[in-house]
Design a protein around this ligand. Sequence first.
Ligand SMILES: [Fe+2]
Ligand SMILES: [Fe+2]
Length: 191
Amino acid sequence: MSIDDLRLTMKDILSKSRYLHVISTEEVSVDLAFIHGCDIEKARIAGVLHDCAKYLTNAELIEECKKYSLPITEAEAKSSQLLHAKVGAAHAEHLYNIKDEEILTAITYHTTGRPNMTLLEKITFTADYIEPNRKVIPRIDEIRKAAFDNLDYAIYLILENTIDYLKSTNSVMDDKTEMTYEYYKGIIQAV
Ligand SMILES: [Fe+2]
Ligand SMILES: [Fe+2]
């Protein structure tokens, strides 16, 4: 499928606001790839497809996990929307024929991150958070600036915000979010 066809498919299956978020994430991913020396086409595809399973209901996400034999963590069982990331990677591979492992892991880890992310994973994770259609986010100007100057610092700030938000709303947090935060905090402190 060409990138245009992938975009058209996303336009068909996602809500209008989600589609706008996706194409903005694509654009920011391309900018970040250019600045940080990552493969631009891979960043583009990961940006377009990162939320390709976001339209599914909780029950459908669980069903898709069974279909593709994807393990469900305790946090994912409690908060099934977390599953849109790994189901999205499975759909990218099986429905949209993306075989590139780097693109697939960028989709898998776009919500929680993971320690020691690849450059493409960092870019998708960050672009998803800083794209201009997002609602008001604390310290967003600082995070946007860091995304272009120091990606690890941007990731640290994003996770700090995410954890604060999840705690303040009493939401379920995936262990990986906390692990990733500790990992990037260590990197920032070591500099
Ligand atoms: Fe997402
Ligand atoms: Fe997203």
